[in-house]
Ligand binder design. Structure first.
Ligand SMILES: [Zn+2]
Ligand SMILES: [Zn+2]
Ligand SMILES: [Zn+2]
Length: 141
């Protein structure tokens, strides 16, 4: 049982099920974005793929996680910071994909500047991806 995961679920008014807690724990243990397949691999036999899918969908709609699009075409998910709620769930930080280790991270403190849209275009979401070498990998080169 993870205390942090239990509290986090309560904060979001989510019924605490073992599956939800298990999946949330995986996000808490990994600081980087995870794909559906990554999560499935980590939960192993204990949770079936439909439950993983449903849980991610719930987390996404409740502001627990947000989508991270990287250049692999695979949708990944990363934990939202405390500021997200069901209603207020927008992100303007940069995502960084490392070409060495393949990990995609949220750069929470690197904010995308407001980009003006041409007339007639309404922005709903923005996904900003930087590709390069992360701090972990640049230390070992
Ligand atoms: Zn969010
Ligand atoms: Zn790296
Ligand atoms: Zn992010």
């Amino acid at each position: 049982m993870s205390v942090a995961a239990t509290y986090l679920l309560q904060d979001f008014n989510l019924r605490n099920t073992n599956q939800r807690e298990e999946i949330l724990k995986i996000f808490l243990e990994h600081k980087h974005a995870l794909s559906h397949a990554d999560i499935e691999k980590k939960v192993g036999e204990s949770i079936d793929r439909v439950t993983v899918y449903r849980t991610l969908k719930t987390f996404l709609s409740k502001g627990v996680v947000h989508k991270v699009l990287d250049d692999s075409g695979v949708v990944k998910y990363a934990l939202c910071k405390n500021t997200c709620t069901t209603k207020e769930h927008s992100h303007d930080h940069v995502h960084f994909k490392c070409v060495e280790c393949g990990v995609t991270n949220c750069l929470e403190n690197v904010v995308v500047p407001e980009i003006p849209m041409p007339a007639g275009y309404e922005k709903l979401e923005s996904n900003f991806l930087m590709v390069g070498i992360c701090d972990q990998c640049s230390n070992t080169i």
